[in-house]
Design a protein around this ligand. Structure first.
Ligand SMILES: [Zn+2]
Length: 361
């Protein structure tokens, strides 16, 4: 167990919370407090990490912590093979079965974020904008530009209590991938994730399921670059990945978006069968068209059956095809309580609060 990712009071060592109403970090047992700006400077645990990530990180940060591999290579192979067997209708599943013996370990760069956010919120379309203050309790964003973000999201949950400081004494047993994401793209990812994490809290606080975020300022979030452990195999645009700590498996198949062979097959059958019918029964135009539609329905429907990915491949162009992570195999505690705000974490609406204190005795 380690709590190096916990924020501690520099005076007495107690975990620090963020007081949303006062907009200050505050110690729960002594009088110590700090503004978000001041807190960004302090973070006592991380004073030693200066310099750039091996001299080439565009974000200009060294990883401050790492989650070590808990899974041996052989164990990861077994996980990947088992996952492949269970998903052998997918090309990713077949890749997992065939290539599980060649998987390699790698540390991938992430950013761990938490802290205050400032939003403009609309409870519904007719209402005016409201200022809303909140605090996010911890989420990760991948800093890798080459790796599919969605698939990493599926397997990036780790037990944070196993985190170790990254430094000269660290045992680096696998290669490290360096962040190759521009700060612009990183900011976009942070914004997207922060919105997804904050919106449910806002809706709950307002009791307004239609509430929307008009804007979200994430500048005050504390950021910690971390390395997370993975095993993976790749082939072309397919990738199968195993979380090196929890054993969770997921896969991506970006090439599957261009499903021409799958499309072509039923199309060829349809055309062929239509002409055959036209020749045999001497059909005129309208009956031929009807026959073609019926045949197309039959072939496309038949060929899609048992290959559920077909539908996804044809229509899922917005999202790259990502096979589901296998959640059942990782009953690992997440250590998320390390990031829980010991103070009230409910989003706060200063204007609404003001009304109440003014008009309600
Ligand atoms: Zn204190």
């Amino acid at each position: 167990m380690s709590d190096i990712l916990q924020l501690h009071c520099p005076k007495c060592g107690t975990p620090i919370g963020f007081d949303i109403r006062r907009q200050k970090y505050r110690c729960t047992s002594c009088s110590w407090q700090a503004t978000p700006a001041r807190m960004k400077e302090i973070r006592p645990e991380w004073l030693e990490s200066v310099g750039t990530f091996a001299g080439q990180g565009r974000t200009g940060q060294v990883p401050e912590a790492m989650i070590p591999f808990a899974l041996k290579r052989e164990e990861a192979m077994v996980r990947m093979y088992g996952w492949g067997k269970a998903h052998n209708a997918l090309p990713e599943g077949r890749l997992a079965v065939e290539q599980s013996g060649t998987l390699t370990g790698i540390y991938l760069p992430f950013q761990l974020l938490r802290g205050p956010v400032h939003a403009r919120v609309k409870a519904d379309e007719r209402q005016r904008e409201d200022i809303c203050e909140g605090c996010l309790e911890g989420f990760t964003v991948s800093m890798s530009g080459q790796m599919n973000e969605a698939v990493l999201d599926r397997v990036a949950s780790v037990d944070w209590s196993e985190a170790e400081p990254f430094g000269s004494g660290s045992v680096i047993d696998h290669p490290i991938q360096y962040p190759d994401l521009t700060s612009d793209s990183l900011e976009k990812r942070v914004q997207k994730k922060a919105q997804a994490k904050f919106l449910p809290d806002v809706r709950k606080a307002l009791n307004a399921p239609q509430a929307k975020l008009v804007s979200l300022n994430t500048d005050d979030l504390l950021t910690v670059p971390v390395l997370l452990p993975f095993y993976l195999v790749r082939s072309g645009r397919m990738m199968v990945i195993v979380n090196g700590q929890t054993g969770e498996v997921a896969a991506t198949n970006e090439g599957a978006q261009h499903g021409y062979p799958w499309l072509l097959e039923p199309l060829v059958y349809t055309v062929f069968a239509t002409f055959l019918l036209m020749a045999l029964l001497n059909l005129s135009t309208i009956p031929s068209l009807i026959a073609a539609v019926v045949l197309a329905l039959f072939f496309f429907g038949f060929m899609g059956k048992g290959r559920r990915s077909l539908i996804r491949k044809l229509f899922g162009k917005k999202e790259p095809a990502v096979a589901d992570a296998d959640k059942e195999i990782s009953p690992v505690p997440r250590g998320d309580e390390l990031f829980e705000n010991p103070l009230d974490n409910t989003p706060y609406f200063p204007a609404r609060d003001h009304k109440q204190t003014t008009f309600v005795p």
